[in-house]
Design a binder for this molecule. Structure first.
Ligand code: FAD
Length: 316
C-alpha cells in the first residue's frame, strides 16, 4: 500500500521507522534483530536507506595501495522485499541519483515494481567520500527532481526506450526530502524551498524532513511550505540523541542545530546512561508535541538505537 493511502486512511498520527541495510558480512538477521522490538507498534511503513559504493585504498602485500570500489551496505531493494515478506509491512526503498545511470534507475524501478513495492523516496544522495561535491554518474541525474521525473515517467508508461511507450506502467507513490534547517548547499531558505516546490510540482506525493531537535523549526518549515503553495503531507523525521559525541557529529554531518537547552543538559551528564535518559525524554517530548499538533506520521531514524525508539513510542 502507498504511503499516501496510509495517510489518507489514518484516524490518528501514524508511526514509521527508517533502517539501514546491514553491513556486508553481518547478514540479514542483524537487521531483523533491530526491527523485532519495533514491530509491536505496527508501523505503517519502513524506509530502507540506499548506500552508494565508495572508493577505498587497500594495501597490497608489497606495501603499495590499490584503489577498489566497495559497497558496504548493499541490497536495499531485496531488503525491502524481505521485510515485507517477514513482517507484512509496507516498505519504502530510498533511491538516489549518485552512482546510477538512467538505465540502472529504470532497472531498479522495475525490480521494485516486480517485488510489489509501491513506494520510493527519491533523493540526490551526497557526494562520494572521494569527491568534494556531488558528481552525477555520466549521463545520470544531477538533482532529485530529475530522478523524480524518471519515476513519474515510468508511472505513465514512458520508458527510456521509445518503443516501450504505453506498455506496462509502474504505480509508485513518491516521497522527497525536505530540510527545516535548509539543505547545506542552498544559498538560502527561499531558494531551497523553490527547488522543493519544483519536486512537488514534478509529482512528489509527500515530503519527509531531515532530522530536527527543535519542533519550532519544523512548524516554521511547514508554514513556509504552505505559504508558497506546497500542500502535500510533510512528515517529520526524528532521531534519538544518546551520546555526547553526537553534539558535534550531528551538526557536522547533517547540518542541523542542537538546541541550547538540550546541549546544556547533555553536557552536564556524567555517564552515557544519563545522556540516553535526556535524549529519550527530549524525543518523547518532541513526539508528544508533534502528535498533538496533528502531524500525519512520526518517522523515526532508528539507526543504532531501536530499543530507545521503542521505549519512546510505547510511552507515547
Ligand atoms: P536535491 O533535492 O536534488 O537538492 C540538493 C541541493 O540542490 C539542494 O541544495 C537544493 O536546494 C539544490 N537544488 C535542487 N534542485 C536544483 C536545481 N534544479 N538547480 C540548482 N540547485 C538545485 N542519502 C543517501 O545517500 N541515501 C539515503 O538513503 C538517504 N536518505 C535520506 C532520507 C531523508 C529523509 C533525507 C532528508 C536525506 C537522505 N539522504 C540520503 C541524504 C540526501 O541524499 C542529501 O541530503 C543530499 O545532499 C540531498 O538530497 P536531496 O534529495 O534533498 O537533493
Amino acid at each position: 500500500m502507498k504511503v499516501t493511502d496510509h495517510i489518507a486512511q489514518a484516524k490518528d498520527t501514524l508511526i514509521s521507522f527508517e533502517v539501514l541495510p546491514p553491513l556486508k558480512g553481518k547478514g540479514i538477521d542483524a537487521l531483523y534483530k533491530h526491527l523485532d522490538p519495533l514491530m509491536e507498534f505496527k508501523p505503517s511503513f519502513i524506509n530502507v536507506t540506499y548506500h552508494r559504493s565508495e572508493h577505498v585504498f587497500k594495501k597490497r602485500s608489497d606495501g603499495s595501495f590499490e584503489k577498489v570500489i566497495v559497497r558496504k551496505r548493499p541490497g536495499t531493494e531485496a531488503i525491502c522485499a524481505a521485510i515485507m515478506n517477514k513482517y507484512n509491512v509496507d516498505t519504502v526503498p530510498h533511491l538516489i541519483c549518485g552512482g546510477f545511470s538512467l538505465q540502472d534507475t529504470e532497472d531498479a524501478l522495475l525490480t521494485l515494481s516486480y517485488l510489489g513495492i509501491d513506494n520510493v523516496l527519491v533523493l540526490r544522495g551526497d557526494a562520494a567520500k572521494n569527491e568534494a561535491a556531488f558528481e552525477p554518474e555520466p549521463g545520470g541525474h544531477k538533482y532529485a527532481s530529475d530522478l523524480l521525473t524518471q519515476v513519474v515517467n515510468l508511472n505513465n508508461g514512458i520508458y527510456l526506450e521509445d518503443e516501450l511507450k504505453g506498455t506496462n506502467k509502474t504505480n509508485f507513490s513518491i516521497g522527497v526530502a525536505g530540510y527545516p534547517e535548509k539543505h547545506f548547499e542552498a544559498p538560502n531558505m527561499e531558494t531551497d524551498l523553490q527547488y522543493l516546490t519544483e519536486k512537488v510540482d514534478a509529482g512528489a506525493d509527500y515530503i519527509i524532513t531531515q532530522m530536527f531537535f527543535d519542533n519550532a523549526k519544523y512548524f516554521a518549515f511547514v508554514d513556509a511550505c504552505r505559504a508558497i503553495g506546497i500542500t502535500v503531507p510533510i512528515i517529520p523525521g526524528l532521531k534519538p540523541i544518546y551520546t555526547k559525541k553526537q553534539l558535534t557529529i550531528l551538526p557536522k554531518t547533517f547540518h542541523i542545530d542542537i538546541p541550547t537547552d538540550l546541549s546544556n543538559e547533555i553536557l552536564k551528564c556524567k555517564t552515557d546512561d544519563d545522556v540516553l535518559k535526556i535524549g529519550e525524554r527530549w524525543l518523547l517530548e518532541q513526539s508528544r508535541k508533534l502528535k498533538k499538533a496533528g502531524v500525519p506520521v512520526l518517522h523515526y531514524y532508528t539507526l543504532g538505537r531501536p530499543k530507545m525508539v521503542a521505549d519512546v513510542v510505547r510511552e507515547l
